[in-house]
Structure formats: C-alpha cells, structure tokens
Design a protein around this ligand. Structure first.
Ligand code: FES
Ligand code: FES
Length: 163
C-alpha cells in the first residue's frame, strides 16, 4: 500500500507491505535509525515515537496505520543545531551509558512534558515505567527530565516577558 506521513515536519511517502511495522518504516525506508528496536515485543520502549501527539511503541504500530498522520522521532527534537532541553538534560546529568534506551526515553518524556510541564518525580517515574534501561538505574534519567522541565519553564517565562 502507498502511504503518506509527515515525519519531523516533512511529508514523506512510501510503498509498504500491510505487515510493515512503523519502526521499520522509519529505520529502513526513511533511514531514521535513531528509533531503536530492542525487543520487537512491546516490552522495552526503545522504539517509542510520537504519533499525532501521543507516545507509541513503533514496533507495535503498523506503517499503514499512520497514513495521513504525523510522527516525531528523536531526530526531530534538535532545532537549529540546538539540543532540545531534554537532550541537554540527559547530557548534563549523565542520563545514559550505552544509549540504547535513550531515544525511547527522550520521546516518552517529551510527551510527558507536553501534557505535564511540571511533573513530580513520581509522575516522571510512572511515565517511563514502560521504558527499560539496563544501565543507569533511572536516577539520572529522572534528574535529566527534572532539569529539562525547569529549563522549558524558564524559557516560557522569558518569552512571556518579551511578548
Ligand atoms: S522494540 Fe518496541 S518496545 Fe521494544
Ligand atoms: S543507557 Fe543503556 S539501556 Fe539505557
């Protein structure tokens, strides 16, 4: 089937089989290999992307389902060669070691901050409960998200003052 989907703000098209998974559409057709595949069974969260505003595990979504929709992947977080505050937070707080889970962690917490700009530590931990990390023990990931939330909040306040 032929599909069209907006990926990181750019309209893309592809011919896919009915069984093609979104994770493989992104990685194999669009060469967006930042989306990782860890388990292929909806367990690890490494493949998480944003689909029409909501985080989804792209190993569990068919490519045909996103026809006409909008996807944001980890490659879409950086803007104008500036890391997103979440990416900077992971950098500053050593929120990763091997980095395999990191794209999924970033996209899950990106969605969290969209709907909860000031999450509690409990809310952050609940949000990432579907994302597995074998390296960090999660503490630094939580700290990274807390830093990003504070920076985004400060940016919003600054923009309001300048408006
Ligand atoms: S690869 Fe999709 S949840 Fe693990
Ligand atoms: S940083 Fe290695 S799995 Fe999370």
């Amino acid at each position: 089937m032929h599909i069209e989907v907006t990926v990181n703000g750019r309209l893309r098209s592809a011919d896919v089989e009915a069984r093609t998974l979104l994770a493989y559409l992104l990685r194999d057709e669009f060469n967006l290999t930042g989306t990782h595949v860890g388990c292929d069974t909806t367990s690890c969260g490494a493949c998480t992307v944003i689909w029409d505003g909501l985080p989804v595990k792209s190993c569990t979504v068919l490519a045909g389902q996103v026809d006409g929709g909008a996807i944001t992947t980890v490659e879409g977080l950086e803007q104008d060669a500036q890391l997103h505050p979440l990416q900077q937070g992971f950098w500053d707080n050593h929120g990763l070691q091997c980095g395999f889970c990191t794209p999924g962690m970033l996209m899950t917490t990106y969605a969290l901050l969209q709907r909860r700009p000031h999450p509690t530590e409990t809310e952050i931990r609940q949000a990432i409960s579907g994302n597995l990390c074998r390296c960090t023990g999660y503490q630094n990931i939580v700290a990274a998200v807390q830093q990003a939330a504070a920076r985004l909040s400060a940016q919003d306040a600054m923009e309001e003052v300048q408006a």
